[in-house]
Ligand binder design. Structure first.
Ligand code: NAD
Length: 512
């Protein structure tokens, strides 16, 4: 770790335009490093360099790309402790949580290595009945250059998984990491450059604030993958709409968990306290609201309050959650707590006093929260959990589904978990556990509603970064109809009569 200005420049790609990003060591609040801000010129150069190499990268084929992705995977694993230390410094999360980001990145790479060809390889499809003289197939072709704009809360794993999906699908990528965690983004690209010296510009980075993200989009990538807040997502989507640039939008969430009357309450409390407070609550899929049915409400509140009281906050080795690196979030956390208290809720743990510090916020458990309080309806993005009492699981399902978001969710029920989970309008649901869907690289990850659209991870994540190109090749003379003006008279009337007779003869198509 250095305190001096980094020498991180690649000619024509990263430059200095008069402003800097200064990263902070979250443990001490002191300056960690300075980075020159990339502007329009640097963004244009990066996208041009990416476009120049994209064809050759795609031309390597699945095996050629796999060889290089494997080398990158090895490099990430080899220097995993180094980046875990950097994540801990820039984001503030405990080193073990940082290590889990490294492990997840390696696992996403493994999924891509094992599945890219199966998911994205050429796929034959049947010939159309009206044109049986054709051989038809689909190929999944890369967009070309993908711009990835990332958040700070999971600075390696979140943009990393998207970058992996895009690269494995044959695209070149320009990454704009969050200004709070620029070093982690730079590290990921540097690891690529070390591991893949023959294709260094297939993955590049641009460091800066929102304006750098705007410059990246203005430079004209063929697809943009944005991860961040709903408000910024809407701005980015509006900019992309001007050029009809397709997007993956991974936005915020207000994840709800349902605790049914037949839940294992000890297990539920242990998982939910972690799902709400881990990473200081800075997860798009962090649990924000627990809807607990009346018969088990009091027992659940007691259990989760006891567990939350024991959570250790700080930057020491034994801390379980770290600081709030986005200090502008602290007033939002306070506002949500204040609003809930004003509306009659009680803080069994924490409360307004615990957010008095400038960067550390201790856990808060709010109980008897009215369902329309901000803490229950909006993303608090802090170490808080709102507990709402519901009459039954029907009410809990209705309340979750009425919200504008639809990212993750969870259900605790011994017998009805799956049945309840299936009725939730959300992208992902854990049953008798929390957040585990995000740990499986084979499961698509994404939202609905205000949480965004498109998917990363899994086969869907690979396909997100390729567009289907359909082919149909003539193999012989047309038998039924010809796609020329030489169509024989009566052939279409004959075809329609044949279809009519076949369908009318089929009794199974009748509704009684
Ligand atoms: P943010 O919206 O403030 O910033 C995200 C990124 O966008 C940053 O790199 C930022 O520099 C850039 N940016 C800002 N303004 C821009 C503009 N006008 N044009 C282009 N880029 C711009 O979000 P954040 O605080 O970094 O992240 C926290 C949010 O991200 C939370 O809401 C969280 O729920 C969400 N998130 C979602 C997912 C997911 O997968 N759905 C994952 C992690 C975080």
């Amino acid at each position: 770790m250095t305190n001096s200005a980094p020498t991180a420049t690649r000619d024509g790609v990263i430059g200095f335009d008069g402003t800097e990003v200064v990263s902070i060591d979250q443990a001490t609040g002191s300056e960690l490093a300075r980075y020159p801000v990339a502007g329009e010129r640097e963004a244009a150069a990066a996208v041009a360099a990416a476009r120049e190499v994209a064809g050759a990268w795609w031309g390597l084929g699945f095996d050629g790309r796999a060889q290089r992705l494997r080398a990158w995977q090895r490099e990430i694993a080899r220097s995993g402790e180094e980046v875990a230390t950097l994540i801990h410094a820039e984001n503030g999360k405990p080193v073990d949580d940082a290590r889990s980001e490294v492990l997840a990145t390696v696992a996403h790479l493994q999924f891509a290595l094992d599945n890219a060809e199966r998911v994205l390889g050429r796929r034959d499809v049947p010939a159309a009945p009206v044109a049986p003289n054709q051989r038809a197939w689909v190929e999944y072709q890369p967009y070309g250059v993908v711009g990835v704009i990332g958040p700070w809360n999971f600075p390696l794993m979140t943009p990393g998984a998207i970058v992996i999906n895009a690269l494995a699908a044959g695209n070149a990528v320009v990454l704009k990491p969050s200004h709070i965690t620029p070093g982690v983004g730079q590290w990921l690209v540097r690891a690529w450059e070390r591991a893949v010296p023959d294709f260094p510009t297939v993955l590049q980075y641009l460091i800066g604030y929102g304006a750098t993200g705007q410059a990246l989009i203005a430079a004209g990538p063929d697809k943009v993958a944005f991860t961040g807040s709903v408000a910024t997502g809407k701005t980015v989507a509006a900019q992309c709409a001007q050029t009809v640039t397709p997007m993956l939008l991974e936005l915020g969430g207000n994840d709800g968990v349902i605790v049914a009357e037949d839940a294992d309450l000890d297990d539920a409390a242990a998982h939910i306290v972690w799902g709400a407070l881990q990473n200081t609550g800075h997860g798009c899929v962090s649990l924000e609201v627990a809807y607990v049915v009346e018969p088990v409400y009091d027992a659940f509140v007691e259990k989760i309050s006891t567990l939350a009281r024991g959570i250790r906050v700080g930057s020491d080795d034994d801390a379980q959650i770290g600081p709030v690196p986005l200090t502008s979030q602290i007033p939002v956390i306070r506002e949500h707590i204040q609003d809930a208290l004003d509306r009659g809720a009680t803080a069994t743990v924490g409360g307004l006093d615990t957010v008095a510090g400038d960067r550390y916020v201790a856990p808060t458990i709010l109980v008897d929260v009215p369902a329309d309080a901000l803490a229950a309806t909006e993303e608090t993005f802090g170490p808080t959990l709102a507990v709402v009492k519901v009459a039954d699981t029907e009410e809990a399902i209705a309340r979750i589904n009425a919200g504008p978001y639809g990212l993750g969710s969870a259900v605790f029920s011994r017998d009805r978990g799956e049945a309840i989970a299936r009725r939730l309008r959300a992208g992902m649901t854990s049953i008798n556990d929390v957040l585990v869907f995000s740990m499986n690289p084979a499961l698509p990850f994404g939202g609905r509603g205000d949480s965004g659209y498109g998917r990363k991870h899994g086969g869907e994540g690979l396909r997100e970064f390729a567009y289907p190109h359909s082919f149909s090749a003539k193999t012989g003379p047309a038998q039924l109809s010809a796609s020329t003006f030489d169509r024989p008279a009566g052939v279409m009337a004959h075809a329609l009569a044949a279809v009519r007779d076949r369908l009318l003869a089929d009794d199974t198509t009748k509704i009684n």
